[in-house]
Design a protein around this ligand. Structure first.
Ligand SMILES: Cc1cc2nc3c(=O)[nH]c(=O)nc-3n(C[C@H](O)[C@H](O)[C@H](O)COP(=O)(O)OP(=O)(O)OC[C@H]3O[C@@H](n4cnc5c(N)ncnc54)[C@H](O)[C@@H]3O)c2cc1C
Length: 386
């Protein structure tokens, strides 16, 4: 197992301590995603509200361990995500803050754009969204149909539809990915939007797992995007488009793996706490599941470090995400077996974790897509270079 730098180990301990608070709201939020408004003062929620915010802007968050990471931002997000998802992944995903938008801004945002987003986040708890996925096209960037039509002065008009976007119905601002009208498959840009702008319509969707994330359908009807909200415009052309977008996804994927691990650990710990006298085959199964979680964690840490060293090194991240989701599904589906028939009805947390694990499978691309990515890496010889 990787040994953590001292500052990161301290932050890890602090965050671990907060996870139990998140558990308190888990079932309530599962029933009603708006319940998050009753938990905004929890330390974990306050931490997430300011987590990616640079220190200058960190007025809203006084929690220890907040602010920029310790030179290993992806590994830090992994540690935080696993611990908080062990508390409750729904509560974690429902929390306000820069979230995925913060990572995108870190790679593609110019100083004024960061100021615009982080300044507004510092005023009060606000949600952001990160709109990529489209109906019938999933999150395949090359197939995206949402368009940015240039209007001549560097600004654009944004049209299209997005689906399954976390927190979009409660967000004040966000990032939207779209293709510049008339360009080829790779002419994709990310732009910042104010959700109060005319033409931005968001409507929550009914879901089964990770209900706290409040997945949303977005309709974009002629939303004006001023030139200053186009991300990456200040970067050299080679760093503006796909290279940066792919590196953002590489940085996000290990933390999605960590969310899966957190859910798996929640279910595994629950079995350990509520079935103390495990013997024989049951004990062996329990211990084997624990070893699988540990192995997937080890892979996830390695994937995070690889991305921290080289943001384009995302193949291990795909392997970690695929493996962690597989383990989360296995653990959460087998955990009820330790409690006999009807366990998912009698013990609502066990039922919730099984539904949540299935939800993480879809975040950031399914296992099949991660396997395709990994295969491409093996085929081109890039995997060994991680
Ligand atoms: C909790 C949650 C939060 C999310 N948050 C966001 C968000 O904030 N922003 C956002 O933009 N999106 C978000 N998403 C959407 C997520 O990114 C998509 O669900 C995901 O990319 C898969 O797309 P899809 O649902 O259209 O499924 P599809 O891509 O249509 O996949 C459906 C099935 O087909 C399989 N499949 C697809 N293509 C292939 C292939 N080439 N080979 C083999 N099998 C294939 C898949 O493995 C899957 O089993 C979120 C989803 C969830 C569940």
């Amino acid at each position: 197992m990787i040994s953590l730098p001292a500052s990161l180990a301290t932050a890890h301990r602090v965050v671990r301590h907060w996870a139990d608070d998140l558990r308190q709201g888990a079932l309530e939020l599962d029933r009603d995603p708006d319940a998050i408004h009753r938990y905004l003062d929890l330390p974990a929620v306050r931490f997430l509200a300011g987590h990616e915010v640079p220190p200058d802007w960190d007025r809203a968050c006084t929690a220890p361990g907040s602010g920029p990471a310790h030179g290993l931002p992806t590994l830090e997000r992994v540690l935080v995500s696993e611990e908080l998802a062990r508390g409750d992944a729904g509560m974690m995903l429902a929390s306000p803050g820069p979230s995925m938008c913060g990572v995108l801004l870190g790679v593609l945002g110019g100083p004024e754009q960061r100021e615009w987003v982080h300044g507004r986040l510092a005023e009060r708890p606000r949600w952001t969204c990160f709109a990529l996925t489209e109906p019938e096209r999933g999150s395949a960037i090359g197939e995206m149909t949402s368009t940015l039509t240039p209007v001549g002065d560097g600004s654009y008009v944004l049209d299209g539809e997005k689906r399954y976007v976390g927190n979009a119905a409660r967000a004040d601002l966000g990032a939207v990915f779209a293709r510049v009208a008339g360009t080829e498959r790779l002419g994709v840009l990310a732009v910042l939007v104010d959700t109060a702008d005319p033409g931005f319509h968001a409507e929550p969707l009914p879901t089964v797992g990770l209900r706290g994330a409040q997945l949303t359908r977005i309709r974009l009807d002629g939303v004006r995007v001023p030139a200053e909200r186009v991300l990456g415009a200040h970067l050299p052309p080679t760093r503006r488009g796909m290279w940066s977008i792919v590196s953002v996804f590489n940085q996000l994927r290990p933390s999605v793996a960590a969310i899966a691990l957190g859910i798996a650990r929640a279910a595994h710990d629950y079995v350990g706490e509520h079935r103390r006298l495990l013997r024989g085959p049951e004990r062996e199964t329990y211990e084997e599941l624990g070893r699988r979680i540990d192995a997937a964690r080890s892979l996830t840490y390695r994937a995070a470090l690889a991305v921290d060293r080289r943001p384009s090194a995302g193949h291990l991240a795909s392997a970690a995400k695929a493996r962690a989701c597989e383990v989360a599904e296995e653990v959460t589906l087998r955990a009820p077996g330790f409690f006999g028939p009807g366990a998912r009805l009698d013990q609502p947390l066990l039922d919730k974790w099984a539904r949540d694990a299935r939800g993480v499978e879809f975040m950031e691309g399914t296992r099949n897509i991660q396997k395709l990515n990994l295969f491409q890496g093996l085929h081109t010889g890039k995997v060994g270079r991680n």
